[in-house]
Design a protein around this ligand. Structure first.
Ligand code: PRP
Length: 215
């Protein structure tokens, strides 16, 4: 009996940090009471027995990995991570939250250099972008505070996310080009999508209705 009930629990990989607040708000609006400030605690699993769900608090970049391996049935992840990671998962729904964009950024006096270097947290996205334009650049992978790179001479440009533009402004940088728009997506493991189709589809429908009602 117990094992049977366990089997049907829907496991959701939730990104900690900036997406969590908006994603948890959307879930609450859809009738799933997940805590507001859960990402402030160190607890990594939230159980929601009344909804037969379990939330796994993950580093955003790891969400597609958990979903691809099926340790989470579904997950919420930014389009930036999906573009960079290229995982074998279904993209079910655009949640329309955590809107921002991927951009090429430089100092205002940027000039083409003989050995161009680009710093980024998104080496695959950046390499593809410059390759498509026939530009040879050296891509340097960093893990955060990417805006430092042009300021201290590590790279002449960066490829990074821009949300409010505040980080650029405070560091005297300018956006040269926007590459693509970003919002958070609901993704699913391919096997879970078949095996737990009813619960995944009904969650998907609830979220979609909530999004539509807000539009
Ligand atoms: C992200 C991104 C930019 C900043 C953009 O960094 O890499 O630095 O947010 O947001 P804004 O346009 O609203 O200023 P994040 O805060 O995730 O931290 P990180 O620098 O450690 O990657």
């Amino acid at each position: 009996m117990m094992a049977e009930a366990q089997k049907d629990i829907l496991k959701v990989a939730m990104p900690k940090g900036r997406i969590y607040k908006q994603a948890s708000k959307l879930f609450r609006e859809a009738g799933l009471p997940i805590p507001v400030d859960f990402d402030d605690t160190r607890k990594l699993i939230i159980e929601l027995p009344e909804a037969n769900m379990e939330f796994i608090m993950a580093k955003p970049v790891d969400v597609p990995t958990y979903v691809e391996y099926g340790v989470a049935d579904i997950g919420i992840v930014g389009k930036d991570v999906l573009m960079e990671e290229d995982k074998d998962v279904y993209e079910l729904l655009d949640l329309g939250i955590a809107k921002c964009r991927m951009s090429v950024i430089a100092l205002p006096d940027w000039q083409p250099t003989i050995q161009p270097r680009v710093a980024t947290k998104y080496p695959n996205v950046a390499s593809a972008y410059f390759r498509e334009r026939g530009q040879q650049v050296e891509v340097i992978k960093l893990n955060g505070s990417i805006e430092l790179a042009p300021l201290i001479g590590l790279a002449d440009r960066i490829v990074d996310m821009v949300e409010t533009g505040q980080t650029l402004k405070e560091n005297g940088l300018v956006e040269m080009e926007s590459i693509f728009g970003i919002t958070s997506r609901l993704i699913a493991n391919r096997v879970s999508y078949r095996m737990k189709n009813d619960s995944i589809q009904s969650l998907c429908d609830r979220l979609q209705e909530t999004i539509a009602a807000k539009a």
